[in-house]
Design a protein around this ligand. Structure first.
Ligand SMILES: O=C(O)[C@@H](CO)OP(=O)(O)O
Ligand SMILES: [Mn+2]
Ligand SMILES: [Mn+2]
Length: 517
């Protein structure tokens, strides 16, 4: 094929038909029991796809090495799922590239580390990111290696700004992760390195917003990490997390921001001129906003109050088009020649839509972590504003119907050849661990699929319905036998994370419009 963009005709699918590409976020296939919200919810449309045309319905793996993740224990996630769907190929993902760079030591020879290292002599090294072993955005073992490796290479003063998880790992597990990190930092202190945790907060409330849904989230992080200001002050991070978790309804995802202070009540690690900063998440979407606030001179999203002159590097470069950040420790996967680029070169017009919290999934991730259009004359991307400031179990229907209406109108308009959407419900509500709400969420997503397929039927088009990874089909932690695992008090443990389950892929022309197989 060389560098040509020409696409051969599909051997079976007819030309010139509108195609709907529907990604149900977090919709996997698992055994039907009471913790399978997709099974419990009324989902007549998805049921009819499976039962009505079983020969057009397949299960595909959406986790582990099948999608470019380091091991078979790695659950799928939106970044890898949409990267793979959008590019039609599998790339070694950020997690794996960071593992390799750490194992070979190459991470320390690269441009990014060389750049930040210049601050080690007189400044502090700050590490900001998600502290868990979830492996979706970051991994604890990578952070441990980076802290140790940086100290060995001259970092004399290290401050870690942690974000607690509870979304890719069990709620409550934050305490153990903080203890592990504290032990490592104590070992460094014994060797004469001034190393401490400096601030913290829950990932969904502090720093890790995405697609500009709510800049307040990033501001809360800025205030704690850079300015050293937060509503809660503690002298010890383990105590901070334990205490804040005691509040009614508190959970790891939404812990309020806190700073660690010394005996005089002074924050131990604000970021100041001459310091180095690394954001250690490898995954892009929830790091773009903090990267902008740390890197951009012109910035009007919130009042930064004080903008320290720092040397900043991301674990990876998070946005290839914006080249953000400009310094990074590990080169991201080069996801080139994605389907979106092929489509514009072949005169195929695209419409993509989701609500804010997943908008970048069908645009940015789909296009290989690249923001913007390939050709605005051939593409239209529509974002429906998400609710902000609430957890999604409060509004489990989210904007599914609004997304479907936009997709329906785009299909019926005749202006587009490919109409692609992400329906977020099963994932976003699944992450809250609220089973009742997740059932409502799955029903809403199913209704949205129906609206889109009905529109496809009207125009005699083709549909592909699939998912990026599992989530709502299994809401409980299980033992090796697959039974719900009980905690010390004999209670089941709700699973807020994605799963290792396969997802369905279904491609079809609507019945009555001729046959192909
Ligand atoms: O919310 C997120 O950031 C991840 C889970 O960490 O979910 P998804 O991959 O579905 O976007
Ligand atoms: Mn997802
Ligand atoms: Mn998710």
């Amino acid at each position: 094929m060389g560098s040509s963009w020409k696409l051969a005709d599909h051997p079976k699918l007819p030309k010139g038909k509108t195609i709907a590409m529907v990604v149900l976020d977090g919709w996997g296939e698992a055994k039907p029991d009471q913790y399978n919200c997709i099974h419990i919810a009324e989902t007549p449309t998805m049921d009819s796809l499976k039962e009505g045309a079983p020969e057009k319905w397949r299960l595909v793996r959406a986790h582990g090495t099948a999608v470019g993740l380091p091991t078979e224990d790695d659950m799928g996630n939106s970044e890898v799922g949409h990267n793979a769907l959008g590019a039609g190929r599998i790339f070694a993902q950020g997690a794996k590239l960071v593992d390799l760079a750490l194992a070979s030591g190459k991470i320390y020879d690269g441009e990014g580390f060389t750049y930040i290292k210049d601050s080690f002599e007189t400044g502090t090294l700050h590490l900001i990111g998600l502290l868990s072993d979830g492996g979706v955005h970051s991994r604890l073992d990578q952070v441990q290696l980076l802290v140790k490796g940086s100290a060995e290479r001259g970092a004399k003063r290290i401050r870690v700004h942690i974000l607690t998880d509870g979304r890719d790992v069990l709620d409550g597990s934050s305490v153990g992760f903080v203890e592990t990190l504290e032990n490592d930092l104590a070992e460094l202190r014994a060797k004469g390195v001034d190393a401490q945790i400096a601030s913290g907060g829950g990932r969904m409330y502090v720093t890790m917003d995405r697609y500009e849904n709510d800049w307040e989230v990033v501001k809360r992080g800025w205030d704690a990490q850079v300015l050293g200001e937060a509503p809660y002050k503690f002298t010890n991070a383990v105590e901070a997390v334990k205490k804040l978790r005691q509040e009614p309804k508190a959970n790891d995802q939404y812990l309020p921001p806190f700073v660690i202070v010394d005996d005089n009540g002074k924050a131990v690690g604000p970021i100041v001129d001459g310091d180095a900063v690394v954001t250690f998440n490898f995954r892009a979407d929830r790091m773009v906003m903090i990267a902008k606030s740390l890197e951009y001179e012109d910035f009007d999203k919130f009042d930064r109050v004080r903008v320290p002159k720092i040397r900043y590097a991301g674990m990876l470069q998070y946005d290839g088009e914006l080249q953000l950040p400009s310094h990074y420790l590990v080169s991201p996967p080069e996801i080139d020649r994605t389907s979106g680029e092929y489509l514009v070169h072949n005169g195929v017009r695209t419409f993509a839509c989701s609500e804010t919290v997943k908008f970048g999934h069908v645009t940015f991730f789909w296009n290989g972590n690249r923001s913007g259009y390939f050709n605005p004359k051939m593409e239209e991307y529509v974002e429906i504003p998400s609710d902000s400031g609430i957890t999604f179990n409060v509004q489990p229907k989210m904007k599914a119907i609004e997304i479907a209406e936009k997709a329906r109108d785009a299909i019926l308009s005749g202006k587009f050849d490919q109409v692609r959407v992400n329906l977020p419900n099963s994932d976003m509500v699944g992450h809250t661990g609220d089973i009742e709400a997740t059932i409502v969420a799955c029903k809403a997503a199913d209704e949205a699929v129906k609206m889109i397929l009905d529109a496809i039927e009207q125009v005699g088009g083709i549909y592909v319905v699939t998912a990026d990874h599992g989530n709502a089909e299994d809401m409980v932690k299980r033992n090796k036998k697959g039974e719900p695992a009980l905690d010390k008090s004999g209670n089941i443990q709700i699973l807020t994370s994605h799963t290792l389950e396969p997802v369905s892929a279904c491609c079809h022309r609507r019945p009555g419009l001729g046959t192909w197989s």
